[in-house]
Write a protein that binds this ligand. Structure first.
Ligand code: GRF
Length: 198
């Protein structure tokens, strides 16, 4: 049984979908060991509380330097005996030393069909605005392995949808988020069961 730590910065609906997949018995090869929040007062923390999971707020700017922030992340995840890190709407750049420690087993979800509409600055509605501006006929979501660069690591899985004529960025975001809730638990389960494919 693998132990998965979730990192989040916002509502945590992806975190919830992963937790629900365990409750429903769909995911059976991992358990959640805790939530790392990048700031206080986010909805993801309330969800952790309701799920009776340990949670901690580690805000990068509260630390004097990046090394101390990295130590706090490493201490927390080590104490939780973490095997896999899942970034579910986590908006803080992870220190290189942390990525090195969990090399190949940090997963992220992004609300576009990477490599399109990824990288620094592409987050939240900005992604969907850019998709609509570009006149794309399809969009979707991507789960990828995290390396040092934003949204650049190896792609593990994607789900697609057709962009509706005249839909707003908000509508598109909502539909893509539904796909995320389907895709992310499935990929986490696969990685927990079989590891990251060669
Ligand atoms: C999702 O759209 C995800 O793709 C992106 O941030 C959003 C997080 O939503 N990285 P939530 O906090 O899981 O509801």
């Amino acid at each position: 049984m693998k132990r998965v730590a979730v990192f989040a910065s916002g509502s945590g609906s992806n975190f919830q979908s992963i937790a629900d997949s365990i409750t429903k018995g769909i995911s059976t090869h991992f358990e959640l060991c805790g939530l790392v929040a990048s700031k206080p007062d986010i909805q993801a923390l309330d969800r952790a509380h309701r799920l009776r999971l340990p949670s901690v707020v580690l805000k990068a700017s509260d630390f004097e330097n990046e090394a101390l922030f990295a130590n706090a992340l490493l201490d927390t995840t080590t104490n939780w005996n973490t095997d896999i890190i899942v970034l579910a709407g986590y908006l803080t750049k992870l220190p290189a030393i942390f990525i090195e420690r969990f090399h190949g087993i940090i997963l992220n979800i992004h609300p576009s069909l990477l490599p399109k509409f990824g990288g620094k600055g592409f987050y939240g509605l900005k992604v969907h605005d850019a998709v609509l501006q570009a006149g794309e006929t399809e969009s979707g979501c991507t789960v990828h392995v995290v390396d040092g660069e934003y949204d650049k690591g190896r792609i593990l899985a994607q789900l697609k949808l057709d962009v509706h004529p005249n839909e707003s960025a908000e509508e598109l975001a909502k539909r893509v988020l539904q796909l995320e809730h389907e895709l992310f638990p499935r990929v986490v389960e696969q990685i927990a069961q079989y590891g990251v494919p060669e």
